[in-house]
Design a protein around this ligand. Structure first.
Ligand code: ADP
Length: 487
């Protein structure tokens, strides 16, 4: 689930990033289309620049409602039908004297009359009706009729000149962009825009015929779309892989947890069964009346006491653990002397067969160290640590209890010369039900809740528990307290 969420979030992030990128690109493209339009207007309407004019096919002037073609010295009155022979202003025949360019050379009176004249007329009519501004494109003629604003002068410009100019300008304007623009002349609505899906089509504001189609410079055109698809596929694959990994981890974690619980139940049953069965055997023997010797009787009673105590400790441990787990454990903090607490804990083992292994050491200055603590809880922590130290070290090896202050921090620690704990398990041993591999291998009894209990108790004291251990050499577990109280 978290991976899916992660995936969806990144997909959303990529999408929103791409949407933002697209938005910025569109803005830039519209800006460029605007710049092109300004250039185009300058080129078309500024006689001073002489750009479009020098390339025009045909110049005309409106002379007293007559359309006059000064370069050809003839004019056509507006009321004339286009099919009629043009009316020459000075001469009746076309004087193709000063052609403006090579194309113009092919112009003759008939072409002008049939092709250009009706369009110029239409242009003037539309202009008077306010339909167009000072320029109009005629698709079939492949030419544009332009009139210089505020003058009677105009000209006709062929589409190839127009295209050439627009292309040059567009190339310049998009030189440093990651897209390029294609200048198109189409009738409004005449462009199958669906065929250009992914490309941005911008219609120039004052020239409904002119459009610029912007496409990505990356290979294959419109590759941003392709990239998005690629991103999405890669991301989805990643999400799936992550999902499988997370699922695997969650399942194996779940399995490990249930394995731990199962181990715990069997460990607890085992811990109960062992003292119970020895109690049962001893009681049966005593009942039979066969044990009468004083020494033997004393030994039986001693063992019975020990086993019962063991059961009591176990039950208390389980109840404490349950209480702490539910957050119900109440602590009553008081001023306690570390030396007293440590002596009390060690005292609990006085009657056990391991008693002689225990050693108490005062660390640092002889002044007593007082801390604010729940006496019973700390004694319980010590008891757990001492039991472990005895359990996980060879019989006969010493177990030391040391207390005092180190760098101002009050501490009590239990040191042994036992089996130690592998490095990768040193953190896990404080988790509930966890038992290290080497301990399980030794077939040492335990429930895996002792250290978890100690950890919670120390946290409730604002302190902590630390371990220093070397595999096969021994361990030291330290209860670290917040700060010492004034003496
Ligand atoms: P357990 O009931 O198994 O002793 P604990 O929570 O007290 O449970 O300890 C957890 C695990 O930490 C033990 O199973 C053991 O693997 C390891 N451990 C604890 N104390 C020692 C120690 N003194 N030396 C080596 N290993 C220890």
């Amino acid at each position: 689930m978290p991976s899916l969420l992660l995936g969806l979030l990144s997909l959303r992030a990529i999408r929103s990033e791409s949407v933002q990128r697209q938005f910025k690109q569109k803005q830039r493209q519209r800006q460029i289309a605007g710049l092109l339009e300004t250039d185009l207007k300058g080129w078309l309407f500024s006689p001073k620049l002489n750009g479009a004019v020098s390339q025009s096919l045909l110049r005309f002037t409106i002379d007293d409602s007559h359309i006059v073609f000064p370069d050809f010295r003839f004019a056509i009155p507006p009321e004339r039908n286009a099919t009629q022979v043009p009316f020459a202003s000075s001469k009746r025949t076309l004087r193709n004297k000063e052609p403006l360019n090579e194309v113009d050379a092919s112009l003759d009176a008939r072409t002008i009359e049939n092709l250009y004249y009706p369009r110029i007329q239409a242009f003037l009519r539309d202009r008077d009706l306010g339909i167009n501004s000072s320029a109009q494109y005629f698709l079939r003629l492949k030419a544009m009729v332009v009139q210089f604003p505020g003058t009677h002068n105009g000209y006709v410009l062929g589409s190839s000149q127009l295209m050439e100019y627009a292309k040059r300008r567009l190339d310049d304007l998009t030189a440093s962009e990651d897209f390029y623009g294609v200048f198109l002349i189409t009738s409004p609505g005449g462009l199958a825009e669906s065929a250009l899906s992914g490309a941005e089509v911008v219609t120039l504001n004052d020239f409904a015929f002119f459009r610029v189609v912007f496409t990505s410079k990356e290979s294959g055109g419109f590759s941003f779309q392709k990239n998005i698809l690629l991103y999405s596929i890669t991301l989805m694959t990643l999400v799936m892989i992550l999902g499988v990994v997370f699922m695997y981890r969650a399942i194996s974690h779940e399995m490990a947890a249930s394995q731990l619980k199962a181990d715990f139940v069997s460990a607890v049953s085992h811990e109960f069964r062992t003292p119970l069965s020895s109690i049962l055997v001893l009681v049966e023997r005593l009942d039979s009346g066969r044990v009468s010797e004083g020494d033997m009787l004393r030994r039986y009673h001693h063992t019975l006491r020990q086993e019962t105590r063991r059961l009591g400790v176990l039950i208390e441990k389980l109840l404490d653990f349950a209480q702490i787990q539910e957050g119900k454990r109440k602590f009553s903090f008081e001023r306690v002397n570390l030396a007293e607490i440590s002596a009390e804990a060690v005292g609990l083992f006085r009657e056990s067969d391991q008693a002689e292994r225990l050693e108490e050491i005062h660390f640092g200055p002889a002044t007593p160290t007082y801390v604010l603590a729940d006496r019973t809880a700390i004694v319980q922590c010590m008891q757990n640590l001492i039991e472990n130290a005895l359990k996980y070290s060879p019989s006969g090896s010493p177990v030391r209890v040391r207390f005092g202050r180190r760098n101002g921090t009050p501490f009590i620690e239990v040191l042994d010369q036992g089996i130690g704990i592998p490095r990768r398990e040193q953190k896990k041993i404080f988790e509930k039900f966890y038992r290290a591999q080497n301990a399980r291998g030794l077939n040492v009894q335990g429930t895996g809740i002792g250290l978890a209990l100690v950890k919670r108790i120390m946290e409730a004291h604002g302190g902590s528990i630390a371990v220093q251990t070397t595999l096969g050499m021994g361990s030291s577990f330290s209860l670290l307290f917040k700060k010492p109280l004034e003496e």
